[in-house]
Design a protein around this ligand. Structure first.
Ligand code: ADP
Ligand code: MG
Length: 436
C-alpha cells in the first residue's frame, strides 16, 4: 500500500519536482485511512505542504478512498540506519544543509608553507571537533578556504556519520532565515541550527556586512552552538576587525577562538596545485605549461580555471603545447580563433548549412538546431563560459542561456536526436584531432 501511494504520486509529479522535493519523502505509517508521511528536512516539509498538498491529498484519496487524510511529519534522519523495506525511491540524508563537494577533501589539498597551519588546524579539528572553538579562517579569494572547510565536513561525514554537519554560506543562512520569517517557521529554523547541528560551518561571513537582522540571528546561533561545546567554523575574506559594521560583541566572539590565516602561495606551491588539479581531472598537462600557468596566476582558483580551459582545448584538438597555452590564457576572455572556427565548421557539416548561416539570425529549422546544439556543446563539453559562447556564435548572452536550457531540457526528456547530434560532434572533433 505504501508503495502504491508513492508510485501513484510519482506519476503525477514532474521529474524535476520529484528530484527536488520528494527523494526523502516516505510513508511512515497508514492508520486506517490516515497516511503519515515523513520527511527528513524541515524546509522540505514546509515546501511540500505549501506546494504539493492538493496533489498529495488527491492521490491519498485515490488509493485509500474518498475520506482519506494525510499529514507530513518531520523526522531527523540517521544515515547509518539502513531502511530495507523501502525501495530505491527513498534516499536517506543526514542534516546536510548545502551538499558538500566530494572533491574537496584533505587528500586533494596541496599543503605548503602558506597554508600548513590552516591545514593542520582543520585536520586536527576534524579528529577532535570542538577542541579549537570557534575557528575563524580568513584569506584572500581563491586560496582554499571553502575547500578546507568542506574537507573537514567530508571527513566527518565519512568517519563519524552520526555527527550532523551543517555547511552553508552566510547568504544561505540569511535566505533561510528570511524564508522562515515569511512562513512563520522561525522556531524550526532556530532549532535546526541551534540544536540539531553538531558542527556548523558558515562560509563567506562577509556577505552579512550591512545586514543587521541576519547578524543578530547568527550571533544567537553562534552562542547556542558554542555553549553546547559544538564546533563552529567561520570563513571570511577578511579579519574579524575588518568586518566593519558587525557588532563588537560578535567580533569579540570570533576572536576568542583560533584565528587562522592562509597566506599567499609561492610559485612553487601554485605549480604543485596545478599538477594536482590536472591529475584529478585525469588529463596530462606537461610541466612546462603548468610552470607557465603558475607564473601568471597568483591563486589556486585562477589556476583551476586555467586548467579547465586547457583541458577543453586538449579534448577538442588532442594536443596542446606551450605556445597554444600562452595564446589561450593571455587573452582569457576570448577563446582561441581556431576553436571557434572549427566548431562552427563541424556544425555546418552535420546540419548541412553554411557557417555564415549559423552565425546569422536566420531561423530555419536546421540552422537554429545547429546553433542550439553547438552552443550547448561549447558550454558543456568545451567548458566555455556562456559569455564566450555568445562571442563564438555572435548571439546575446540571454539567447545563449535560453538555447542551452532548451537543449538541457530535451536531453533530460530523453531526446535521442539531440544525443545523436552531440555524439556526431564529438566524433568529428576527435577525427579532426587525429588528422592533425
Ligand atoms: P576560497 O574559498 O578561499 O575563495 P576555494 O576553496 O574556493 O577558495 O579554492 C578555489 C579553488 O582552488 C578550488 O577549486 C580549490 O579546490 C582549489 N584549491 C585551493 N587551494 C588548494 C590547495 N591547497 N590544493 C589544491 N587545490 C586547491
Ligand atoms: Mg570560498
Amino acid at each position: 500500500m505504501k508503495d502504491n501511494i508513492l508510485s501513484a504520486l510519482k506519476e503525477k509529479i514532474s521529474r524535476q519536482n520529484w528530484e527536488s522535493w520528494f527523494l526523502d519523502f516516505n510513508v511512515k505509517k497508514i492508520e486506517d485511512k490516515h497516511v503519515v508521511f515523513e520527511v527528513g528536512n524541515i524546509f522540505i516539509k514546509d515546501r511540500l505542504e505549501q506546494k504539493f498538498s492538493k496533489i498529495i491529498s488527491k492521490v491519498v484519496k485515490e488509493v485509500l478512498g474518498k475520506d482519506a487524510t494525510f499529514e507530513i511529519v518531520y523526522k531527523e534522519i540517521d544515515i547509518t540506519q539502513k531502511n530495507e523495506e523501502k525501495g530505491p525511491l527513498v534516499r536517506k540524508r543526514p542534516l546536510l544543509i548545502t551538499p558538500l563537494n566530494p572533491k574537496y577533501t584533505f587528500e586533494n589539498f596541496v599543503v605548503g608553507n602558506f597554508n600548513r597551519f590552516a591545514y593542520n588546524v582543520f585536520l586536527e579539528a576534524s579528529k577532535k571537533p570542538g577542541y579549537y572553538n570557534p575557528i575563524f579562517l580568513y584569506s584572500g579569494v581563491g586560496l582554499g578556504k571553502t575547500h578546507l572547510a568542506q574537507a573537514l565536513g567530508n571527513y566527518l561525514l565519512e568517519n563519524d556519520p552520526d555527527l550532523k554537519v551543517a555547511y552553508l554560506t552566510s547568504e544561505d543562512f540569511m535566505n533561510e532565515m528570511f524564508y522562515a520569517i515569511k512562513n512563520g517557521t522561525t522556531e524550526e529554523f532556530r532549532e535546526k541550527y541551534r540544536k540539531k547541528a553538531d558542527i556548523l560551518i558558515i562560509d563567506d561571513i562577509q556577505f552579512l556586512i550591512g545586514i543587521k537582522s541576519a547578524q543578530v540571528e547568527l550571533f544567537h546561533t553562534f552562542n547556542a552552538i558554542h555553549e553546547a561545546g559544538k564546533q563552529i567554523i567561520i570563513c571570511s575574506d577578511r579579519t574579524p576587525q575588518e568586518l566593519k559594521d558587525f557588532h563588537s560583541r560578535m567580533i569579540s566572539r570570533f576572536q576568542m577562538g583560533l584565528l587562522v590565516k592562509i597566506e599567499n602561495p609561492t610559485k612553487e606551491d601554485l605549480f604543485k596545485i596545478g599538477k594536482k588539479i590536472s591529475k584529478l581531472k585525469g588529463v596530462e598537462i606537461n610541466d612546462e605549461i603548468i610552470d607557465y600557468i603558475s607564473s601568471i596566476y597568483d591563486n589556486p582558483r585562477l589556476i583551476h580555471g586555467a586548467i579547465l580551459k586547457l583541458i577543453a582545448y586538449k579534448n577538442l584538438y588532442g594536443s596542446l603545447n606551450l605556445s597554444i597555452a600562452q595564446s589561450i590564457l593571455t587573452n582569457p576572455s576570448k577563446p582561441p580563433k581556431a576553436l571557434e572556427e572549427k566548431l562552427i565548421e563541424i556544425l555546418s557539416d552535420i546540419f548541412e548549412c553554411s557557417p555564415e548561416e549559423i552565425l546569422s539570425s536566420k531561423r530555419t529549422k536546421n540552422i537554429s538546431y545547429a546553433r542550439k546544439v553547438g552552443m550547448y556543446y561549447a558550454a558543456k563539453k568545451l567548458n566555455l563560459s556562456t559569455r564566450d559562447v555568445g562571442k563564438v556564435f555572435n548571439k546575446s548572452h540571454s539567447s545563449v542561456v535560453q538555447n542551452i536550457n532548451q537543449v538541457e531540457k530535451l536531453i533530460k526528456e530523453g531526446n535521442i536526436i539531440i544525443k545523436n547530434y552531440l555524439k556526431q560532434i564529438d566524433k568529428a572533433t576527435k577525427n579532426f584531432a587525429q588528422g592533425e
